[in-house]
Write a protein that binds this ligand. Structure first.
Ligand code: IPE
Ligand code: IPE
Ligand code: MG
Ligand code: MG
Ligand code: MG
Length: 292
């Protein structure tokens, strides 16, 4: 299946996973704000990683639909909160006003909260095999809380106006962005319902490498591209005095590290033809080749 076909399939599933309220007489601002942030564009990289991994391992695509939806719900919740005035204070996301600008700050906080909950509601109700459901919930929850994304976001806020060591910067980027990316790949693995620890370890290595590379590319784009191209405010890292790979190392050293990480991602896949010859190879290159 081509990437465009997967994206088409995913959009249909996503749209029905969070329907409009049944009656127009009882409009729900909360659901409108959730749908606004979930359904309006985005590259869907994390969803594509679920499908690519699942398809490489002959997973049932219906399970991939559910896992990919849960992962994108979490991602969108993280974006809504990331853009809030108390965090990055951004007004533009995916070429549109951020959730708190379009609606209001309180509703944006709640829409993020509800997308977070909805992801686990979906996994717990829709994944038929209870063991698979529990494993997916464990992987996703571990990736996004105090040992994952939220911890990374907390370090990010504490690190404004500071110069971090390269090790701490890597850790922060891995936590805030890499953990969810790595979890998306593990969700695809779990959707396959196979048990193959060596493949799982290779996927973990691949995920760690592309996850960190993805945030380095985000830092580079923030510094070098335009708001028009990115659909979000370019240069905001400098405005917010953020610690980034560009602020610490400059453009060319940051790019070198990113390229090495992508080589490492390819190396992790290379012993396994089913992984190497899958969409995962293409997605590794896409992470650093993308223009937005
Ligand atoms: C943006 O993620 C937030 C980061 C973790 C850097 P994406 O660049 O994947 O955002 P969308 O989903 O495509 O809008
Ligand atoms: C955000 O990193 C990581 C998240 C967990 C959302 P950024 O703050 O750099 O993401 P953008 O640039 O706003 O998309
Ligand atoms: Mg941020
Ligand atoms: Mg931000
Ligand atoms: Mg950024």
């Amino acid at each position: 299946m081509t990437t465009n076909k997967i994206l088409e399939r995913f959009q249909i599933y996503l749209n029905q996973a969070l329907p409009e309220p049944l009656s127009e007489k009882t409009p729900s601002p909360l659901i409108s704000a959730m749908r606004y942030s979930l359904l309006n564009g985005g590259k869907r990289l994390r969803a594509l990683l679920v499908y690519a991994t699942g398809m490489a391992l002959n997973a049932d695509l219906n399970l991939c639909d559910i896992a990919a939806t849960a992962v994108e719900m979490i991602h969108c919740f993280s974006l809504i909160h990331d853009d809030l005035p108390a965090m990055d204070n951004d007004v533009l996301r995916r070429g549109l006003p951020t959730c708190h600008i379009k609606f209001n700050e309180g509703l944006a906080i709640l829409a993020g909260d509800a997308l977070h909950t909805e992801a686990f509601d979906l996994l717990s109700h829709k994944i038929p095999n209870p063991q698979t459901a529990v494993s997916m919930i464990q992987v996703l929850s571990r990736a996004i809380g105090k040992s994952g994304m939220v911890q990374g976001q907390s370090i990010d806020l504490e690190s404004e106006n500071k110069t971090l060591s390269l090790d701490l910067l890597k850790q922060m980027h891995f936590l805030k962005t890499g953990c969810l990316i790595e979890a998306s790949i593990q969700m695809g693995y779990l959707a396959s319902e196979i048990i193959n620890p060596t493949i799982q370890i290779a996927l973990k290595k691949y995920g760690e490498s592309i996850g960190l590379a993805f945030q380095i590319k985000d830092d580079l784009l923030d510094a070098c591209s335009s708001s028009e191209k990115l659909g979000k405010t370019a240069g905001i890292d400098l405005i917010n005095h953020k610690s980034t790979f560009v602020s610490l190392l400059g453009f060319s050293q940051a790019s070198e590290i990113m390229e090495t990480l992508i080589q490492e991602a390819h190396e992790a896949l290379s012993p396994y033809p089913e992984l190497k010859n899958s969409h995962l190879s293409f997605l590794a290159d896409y992470v650093i080749g993308r223009e937005y």
